[in-house]
Design a protein. Structure first.
Length: 134
């Protein structure tokens, strides 16, 4: 079993209550709702684990804010959190600068939709393709 699932044998409702209490009250409410959604609590453990792991990928604050809105809208599911948490995540300027240097001055997409489609017209795409030698 992979190292990230080392606690799998210890998964139970108090385990997830302890983990979500470290993030915040909205996360606690969401995890409680996910557990209550299933007939047997053990059926919710993968969803709970996935939700809590999103704090590692994004940030605990982004997860807490996302959980707040999920509770308000009554969306007690991993899928909703996974699909919307990127819009709550903000990069610090130093992180953006390092990402820009790695990707040849192209800013990364951070969960929001692009605003300007002019760079993706057929003529502009053909022009870029010719310039890059494809």
């Amino acid at each position: 079993m992979p190292a990230e699932y080392g606690d799998y044998g210890y998964w139970n409702v108090p385990y997830f209550q302890h983990k979500d209490s470290r993030i915040g009250p909205n996360t606690q409410t969401l995890i409680f709702g996910v557990v209550k959604k299933f007939n047997h609590p053990v059926q919710s453990f993968r969803s709970c684990f996935g939700i809590l792991k999103l704090a590692d990928r994004y940030s605990p604050q982004a997860l807490e804010n996302c959980c707040r809105d999920a509770v308000i809208f009554g969306k007690f599911s991993y899928t909703y959190i996974a699909n919307t948490i990127a819009s709550y995540h903000t990069d610090t300027p130093t992180q953006l600068k390092s990402q820009v240097n790695k990707t040849k001055n192209v800013l990364p997409i951070t969960g929001t939709y692009k605003d300007d489609d002019s760079g993706y017209t057929l003529l502009n795409l053909i022009k870029r393709q010719e310039e890059e030698g494809f």
